[in-house]
Design a protein around this ligand. Structure first.
Ligand SMILES: Nc1ncnc2c1ncn2[C@@H]1O[C@H](COP(=O)(O)OP(=O)(O)OP(=O)(O)O)[C@@H](O)[C@H]1O
Ligand SMILES: [Mg+2]
Length: 437
C-alpha cells in the first residue's frame, strides 16, 4: 500500500536545493509549526539544527559511500527489470551486486532504491533518509551503505544503497499473496519480529538526543534478514518529535492509510504515540494475517479494526480472529496478551497508549508465556473440538489396525502350525517357518 500525501498545513516554502549532496545546509523545510509557538527548528527538515546533531551527522556521513551512477548501473545490469525487487511510493527497488574492491573478495549484494524522476517530495524523503540513517545505528534499523545524487539535464536522480535483506518484508510473509513463496510464520517468530520492530521504534523515540517519529510503520517497511530479524526501513517520512515542554508538533499529514493515527490525520498533531497506534494496527495484522484494509473482502470485513471488534479478547469467540495459516500458537494466552496490548496501542487518547518501552515489556512477557507453554504441557491451550475429534478417530483407526494385524497374524500362525503338523507328521521332523508379516 502506497503512502498518501495530504497537506492540511502550509505547503513547503523553501525551495529545494536539488543539486545537493546531502549536506545539512541543503534547506529542505517541510511544515514544522508547533502548537505552542511559531516555528520549531528541525534537524531533519531544515537547515537550522539542534546543536549536537549536525556534528554527529557530518562525522557519520563520511562513513557513507557516495556512488557514481555508472557504478550502480553496473551493479544492477543497467537497472534490469529482472533485478527489480519492489516498488513503492518513492520509486523502484533493485537487487544489485557491487564489485569487490579487492580482486579476491566477493561481490556485495545490496538493495538499490531509485527515486522517481523529478519528484521534489522524493528529494526531501531521500535527504531525510540519508540524514537519519547516517546518524542512527541500531540492529533493528536497516543499514544504509551509501547514496548517489546526480543532477542532469533530464532531471534529478537520487538513489540509496542499502544492505540487502534476504527475506523481503513482513508484508510478504504475513499476507497470503499468491506470489508468496514463504511458508507461514510460526507464532513465536511473529512475536520475535514484533519485538525487534518495537525495539527499533523505541530507539527512534528514546534512544537518541532528538526524538524521531517514524510516521510510516507498516509491514512493508519491516524488512527481514536471513535470520528473520526485523529492520525498519524507509525513513523518508520520519521527522523530529517535540522537544522542551512541547507536547506535539503540527505537521503536514503523511503516512499510509490504514496505519496513521486518527488524531494525527484529523489535526496534524504528531507525537510518538502516532507510531504506537500504527504498531497496534500491525499487531492485529500479525495475529490475523489480514491487512489493515482489504477491499476485496465482504464489506463488514474490509476494515480490520472494525472486524476484530466482533471478537473481543475476553470472549470464547476471540480465537476466531487467529490467522488460519497460524496452526501452532502454543498458548492462546500469549495471543490474548498481544491482542490486549494492541488494544492499548489503539486507545483513542494518545496519552493513554503505552510508550514503546512499555510495549517491549509486554511483548517480552508474551514471548515468555509462549516459550513456557512449549516446555510445560499443562499450559498448552485446550485443543479445538474438531482437532480433538480428528485425533481420537486417528487413534481409534490405529488401534483397529493393531488388532487387525494381531488377529490375522494369529490366524495365519494357527493355519501354518496345522500345515506344519501335517508336514512334520509326513516327514517326521519339525522346521522353522519364516513368515513375513
Ligand atoms: N534493503 C532491502 N533489501 C531487500 N528488499 C528491499 C529492501 N528495501 C526494500 N526492499 C523491497 O522493496 C519493496 C518496496 O520497498 P519500498 O520501501 O520502496 O516500498 P513499500 O514499502 O512497499 O511502499 P511505500 O513506498 O508505501 O513505503 C519492499 O517491500 C521490499 O520487498
Ligand atoms: Mg517501504
Amino acid at each position: 500500500m502506497k503512502c498518501f500525501w495530504c497537506y492540511k498545513q502550509k505547503k513547503p516554502t523553501n525551495s529545494i536545493n536539488s543539486s545537493a549532496p546531502p549536506t545539512i545546509e541543503s534547506g529542505t523545510e517541510v511544515s514544522t509549526e508547533t502548537v505552542a509557538s511559531g516555528k520549531q527548528s528541525s534537524w531533519l527538515t531544515s537547515s537550522s539544527s539542534s546543536p549536537s546533531i549536525p556534528g554527529i551527522y557530518e562525522e557519520r556521513l563520511r562513513n557513507l559511500k557516495e556512488f557514481d551512477l555508472s557504478e550502480l548501473k553496473t551493479a544492477t545490469n543497467n537497472f534490469s527489470r529482472l533485478l527489480k525487487i519492489g516498488e513503492g511510493g518513492f520509486g523502484s527497488v533493485y537487487k544489485g551486486f557491487l564489485l569487490p574492491t579487492k580482486p579476491k573478495d566477493r561481490k556485495t549484494v545490496v538493495a538499490i532504491k531509485m527515486l522517481n524522476h523529478n519528484s521534489q517530495q522524493g528529494h526531501k524523503e531521500w535527504l531525510a533518509e540519508v540524514k537519519i540513517l547516517s546518524v542512527l545505528e541500531h540492529p533493528n534499523l536497516v543499514k544504509l551503505i551509501g547514496y548517489c545524487a546526480v543532477d542532469g539535464e533530464r532531471g534529478i536522480q537520487r538513489l540509496l544503497v542499502y544492505e540487502y535483506m534476504t527475506n523481503k518484508s513482513l508484508e510478504h510473509h504475513l499476507f497470503n499473496k499468491p506470489s508468496s513463496v514463504f511458508p507461514p510464520l510460526p507464532w513465536i517468530t511473529r512475536l520475535q519480529i514484533a519485538l525487534g520492530a518495537a525495539k527499533g521504534l523505541d530507539y527512534l523515540h528514546h534512544g537518541f538526543e532528538a526524538q524521531i517519529i517514524y510516521r510510516d510503520y507498516k509491514p512493508s517497511n519491516v524488512l527481514l534478514d536471513e535470520h528473520l530479524m526485523p529492520k525498519l526501513s524507509d525513513f523518508g517520512l520520519a521527522r523530529e518529535g517535540p522537544f522542551g515542554d512541547r507536547t506535539h508538533v503540527t505537521t503536514a499529514v503523511v503516512g499510509t492509510r490504514g496505519y496513521a493515527a486518527p488524531e494525527y490525520v484529523e489535526t496534524g498533531h504528531l507525537t510518538s504515540k502516532s507510531d504506537v497506534w500504527s504498531f497496534g494496527v500491525v499487531l492485529f495484522e500479525i495475529i490475523t494475517g489480514r491487512a489493515s484494509i482489504e477491499p476485496n473482502r465482504p464489506k463488514t470485513e474490509q476494515k480490520l479494526l472494525e472486524w476484530i471488534k466482533k471478537f473481543p479478547v475476553g470472549t470464547k469467540r476471540f480465537h476466531m480472529i487467529l490467522d488460519p495459516r497460524l496452526r501452532n500458537p502454543c498458548s492462546i494466552d500469549s495471543v490474548r496478551m498481544v491482542a490486549t496490548l494492541a488494544n492499548r496501542c489503539l486507545l483513542k487518547n494518545p496519552k493513554d497508549r503505552p510508550t514503546m518501552t512499555a510495549v517491549i515489556d509486554s511483548l517480552e512477557n508474551a514471548i515468555i508465556q509462549e516459550q513456557a507453554c512449549h516446555t510445560d504441557p499443562k499450559l498448552q491451550q485446550p485443543k479445538k473440538e474438531e482437532e480433538k475429534k480428528e485425533e481420537e478417530e486417528k487413534e481409534e483407526e490405529e488401534k483397529e489396525e493393531d488388532v487387525g494385524i494381531t488377529e490375522s497374524f494369529k490366524r495365519r500362525m494357527v493355519l501354518l502350525a496345522k500345515m506344519g503338523d501335517k508336514h512334520n507328521r509326513r516327514k517326521g521332523k519339525f522346521q522353522t517357518m519364516h513368515v513375513s508379516i
